[in-house]
Structure formats: C-alpha cells, structure tokens
Design a protein. Structure first.
Length: 579
C-alpha cells in the first residue's frame, strides 16, 4: 500500500465533509450574512478588528495547529499502528472537532464575541462559569508547559543527515528569532505606511524562506558560547520562550498576532502543500504496521489512550478558546464561520494525516522510533517533511530546517495566544481590566509553568524525561475534556434556544464521547501515578488531574440540572439568541 492512497483518500473525505456536512451545519446554525458581527459593532483596532476571511483563516489555523496535530498522531501511530490513528483523525475532525470549533465560534459571535465561559454563565449557572474558567486556565498552563518544552528541544543539539550535512538546533533558534521579527516589521508597515496586505505578503513571505536558510549560518549555539550543558541550554530556551509569550500577550494584535498569524498561516499552508505533493510524488510505501495491538509494551490500552494521544489532530478544546477569545473578535460576517471554524479543523486533520505519514514510511526498528527515550516527534516530523520536500528538489539541509521551522511556527502561534487568553481569564476572575490587570494576568499565566519546567523526572533507567513527555498525557486528557465541556455548554445553549432533536445528535453525542474518553484517561492517570509513586512522592500530574476531574463532574451536574428542571436556575428564562 502506498502513502499516496492514504493521503488522497483522506483529502477527498475531508473536502466532501466541508462541502456537505459543513454546509449542513451552517444551515442548522442559520448563519446570517446581514448580521452585524462584534468585530464591526465593537471595533477598537486593538482586540476587535474585522478581517478578510482568508487572512483570518490563516491566523486562526496557525493559532490552533500547534504541536498537537504533529506530536499526537506520531506518538499514537508508533504506539498502536497507523490505522487506528488515521481513522480517529478523520472521524474525529469531521464529526467531533469540526462541530466543536464551528459551534463554539458561532456561539461566541452570537454573544458579543464573549468567551465560551460567558456563554456557559448565561445559559447554565454562575458556578459553571467559574468552574469552566478555572478549568480553561489550568488547561492553558499545560499547553504552555508541553509546547514550550518541545519547542526548546528543537534549539539544542545537531541532526546529521544521510548526505553528511548537519542541521544545528542553534541554527533553528536563529531562524525562529528572525521569523518572529518579520511580522513585527510587517505589522508596523501595514499600520503606519498603508502597505497593502497583498504587497506585504509578497515581500515578507519570501523573507521567511531567507530566515530558514540564513539561520544555519548564524547559529545561536549557547552550549559552545557559554560552556553550558544540554540540560541548562534547554532550561534557558524554556525561559526565553516564556519571556516571549509574556511580551506577545500584552502588545496590540496588529503589531504581532495578526501579521504573524497571516505569515504563519501561509507558511503552514506551504508546508502542508509541499509535504503532501512530495509525499505523493515520492512513491513511498507504507512500512509501519497498520495495527500493533490493543495495548502497548508499557501497558497503555488503546481505549482511551488513543484519543487523548492524538489530541488536537481530531479534536481540541483549546480551539474553542481561540475561536471565542480572539477569532470571534475579528470575524467579518457570520458565513465566514464555516471557512474559519469548520474548515480550519479539517485542515488540521490533514496536517495530522501528513504527520502520521512520517511514521508510516518507517520500519518498527528505525532509530527514529526506537531511539533512547522513545521517538522525538519534532525531529521525526522534520526528517519526514525533509524527505518529502527532497523529492521536489529541495536541498536536504534546507528541507529539514524547513520542517523544524514549520513545527516551531505551529507552536509559537499557539503559545502567545495561550498566554493572552490566560491573561483574559485572570483579568476576569480578578475583576481588573486596567493596565495592571493585564500585567498581573500575563505574569501569572507565564509564571505558573516555570516550576513545572524546572522539575526534573527520570525514567526507570535513570534517564531524564523531557517535561513535555511527562505532561503530554495530562495535556491531551485535559484538552479533550475541555472540548467536552465546551460541547456541553454549546449543547445547552442550542437546546435552550432551538429545542430541536438535531442538537442532541450533532452536539450531544460528541459531548458524551469526549466526556467518557477524557475522564476515563484522567482517572487512569491518577490511579497509575499514585500507585507507582505514592500520593506524596508523585509529581503535580495526578493532583492536577484530580482537580480537573472534580471541576468536570461539578459542571456536568449543573448541566444535568439545567436539562431536568422545568424552570431555569436563575428563575427567569433568557430570551433566545438565535432567531
């Protein structure tokens, strides 16, 4: 079986889903082209600013498509074989993740671009709102921890290619810094020099390629410069990335978020297109087994671990936070929600399929799979993309650097948005919307991950375990449970305003599925960690998992009460938002 058949079948299914199921969802949600969106009604050119749909799609896609659709499918493919992973990616992105993203975005724009938490408060209870906000903040922290650590790992060490060329982590760090400076210049030119978006794209997008090429000639080699060991360099980069997140979360959206999202989106589209085209032309065959068993050698069962490991490749609660936190404030008109909400999730599903193909081309005894400490998804992905681009004649060193830069670009665009959204939550909970509220919110959101990144865990062989690997299962489970909570809130909203059977079918069933798998996984994490390490010797993972399960159970109880009560909890039935 060839990789070509997997890619083509997946692409055809996702396109058909967009045309058929996406259009059905748009009809059920009654998207109105004449409705005034919050971006226009509340425009302030800081947070609220209408954006052309393709630019918004690029920004939204680059924000949601972080390390999840790369790391998750690669790990799941190695663990259980490629077939279970690809089936869940396609089914999940079409019927669960896509519905989740689309309805969350629509709910937000129908509620003055408020967050999903605000929708929960209006249609459930005040307690549900506070529980949801706390859950989101905890989930954001673990996204920041996992993605910061795995990005920092790309900036250290050296990768020797088959032709003898070397790609240095320091060179990738240099390229990353150059990449982050480009959108700042682009944003200021668009803002103050009236440069058109088309011209800016034509100028700055090729400069991204120059940054990738040039980074290897001016590497930031901290190990050699300061005599630090690899662990200390990793820590320095972790702190540097958090510092970037702090700054990026405070500056206006036009100065970094929008232009970086625009450039990053095009860059990621090119990565997806180039990788898919090279993959198709390569003629590579599927080598990795389709199914390796119901349980891994470490005793991890397919149910529920497949679903939380694939994570963002099929469904992600984080997407709703992006959709209702930043994207809804920039949506030009309601029908754009189909392209931006549903379409971006299907694109992410395709990214996950291409990432999985990077595993499918390998044998089970490949060093990329069996290396010390297990597979390193960022390097496995970079070599896979580099191999696919090599078919198109791209030099090997540039192609692998391109793959690693694509990986870090996915992550950068998510990290600063995470910090911004965490800042919003702290501001709301503290009741402070002033300058100091912004600073305190950003500082708390960036500061909380620091002790988790400083903590060092070792495996049974005494090897240091990277922080991202320690927290990946917790991140995946909490992220999927966040999706379940979002779907729960959306289901309650739609049921209260529409009272149609399709609400329970389209939104209710995915809610139950995500609640079941994610809670099951969290309970399994709690049991394993406490049994193996003991309650007081365990790290933060089982304790946070316990908190998250408690928050989710309390919110589920509130939802059940809303459904069964004849009168509303507030004693007054709100006016329907949909007409």
């Amino acid at each position: 079986m060839s990789l070509l058949s997997v890619v083509v079948v997946s692409a055809v299914l996702l396109v058909l889903a967009y045309r058929l199921y996406g259009s059905l969802l748009a009809k059920l949600l009654r998207l109105d082209a004449n409705a005034v969106t919050p971006a226009a009604a509340m425009r302030d050119d800081v947070d609220y600013l209408p954006l052309e749909p393709r630019s918004l799609l690029s920004q939204h896609f680059s924000a949601i498509a972080a390390a999840g659709p790369i790391v998750g499918p690669i790990l799941a493919g190695v663990m259980f074989g490629w077939l279970p992973a690809v089936l869940w990616i396609l089914i999940g992105s079409i019927f669960v993740g896509g519905v989740h993203d689309f309805t969350a975005l629509t709910a937000s724009i129908r509620h003055r671009a408020c967050s999903v938490a605000e929708v929960v408060r209006e249609h459930m209870t005040r307690r549900s709102y506070v529980l949801f906000m706390l859950f989101v903040w905890f989930a954001l922290l673990y996204i920041i921890v996992a993605f910061t650590d795995i990005t920092a790992s790309s900036f250290i060490g050296r990768m020797e290619l088959e032709d003898g060329q070397v790609v240095s982590g320091g060179g990738i760090a240099s390229s990353s810094i150059l990449y982050l400076l480009l959108p700042v210049g682009m944003g200021f030119l668009l803002r103050f020099k009236r440069l058109t978006v088309g011209v800016a794209t034509a100028v700055f997008l090729p400069l991204v390629g120059v940054a990738i090429w040039g980074g290897q000639y001016i590497p930031l080699d901290l190990e050699r410069w300061f005599g630090l060991n690899e662990g200390n360099v990793h820590l320095v980069w972790n702190l540097a990335i958090l510092g970037y997140c702090l700054i990026a979360s405070l500056v206006p959206v036009w100065s970094l978020l929008q232009p970086r999202g625009h450039l990053g989106g095009y860059f990621l589209f090119l990565t997806l297109l180039g990788g898919s085209l090279g993959l198709i032309l390569s003629g590579d065959r599927v080598v990795y087994p389709a199914f390796t068993g119901w349980e891994t050698a470490k005793g991890e069962p397919l149910f529920p671990m497949l679903f939380i490991t694939v994570a963002c490749g099929a469904c992600s609660g984080f997407h709703a936070i992006i959709a209702s936190g930043t994207t809804s404030k920039q949506l030009r008109c309601e029908p754009d929600a189909k392209m931006v909400g549903y379409g971006a999730m299907l694109l992410e599903g395709m990214v996950a399929v291409v990432s999985l193909c990077c595993v499918m081309r390998l044998s089970t005894d490949s060093p990329l799979v069996t290396g010390p400490g297990g597979p390193k998804p960022n390097f496995l992905y970079a070599q896979g993309i580099g191999s696919f681009l090599g078919v198109l004649g791209v030099p090997a060193a540039f192609a692998v650097s391109f793959g690693l830069m694509a990986f870090t670009t996915f992550v950068y665009d998510t990290l600063d948005v995470c910090t911004r959204l965490g800042r919003y939550i702290v501001e709301e909970l503290l009741g402070r919307r002033d300058r100091w509220g912004k600073i305190i919110g950003a500082a708390l959101t960036v500061g909380a991950p620091v002790p988790l990144l400083l903590q060092q865990d070792v495996d049974a062989a005494g090897r240091l375990v990277p922080a991202w690997r320690v927290y990946w299962n917790l991140f995946g489970a909490s992220n999927q449970l966040l999706a379940a909570l979002t779907l729960l809130g959306v289901t309650v909203w739609l049921w209260r305003t529409r009272r149609r059977g399709w609400v329970l079918l389209v939104c209710g069933l995915p809610t139950i599925a995500m609640y079941t798998m994610s809670t099951w996984a969290l309970l399994r994490i709690i049991r394993q960690e406490f049994l193996v390490k003991g309650a007081w010797a365990a790290n933060a993972v089982p304790w946070v998992a316990l908190i998250l399960v408690g928050l989710a159970v309390l919110m589920a109880v509130d939802a059940v009460l809303v459904f069964v009560r004849l009168s509303w909890p507030s004693g007054r039935r709100p006016q329907p938002v949909l007409t």
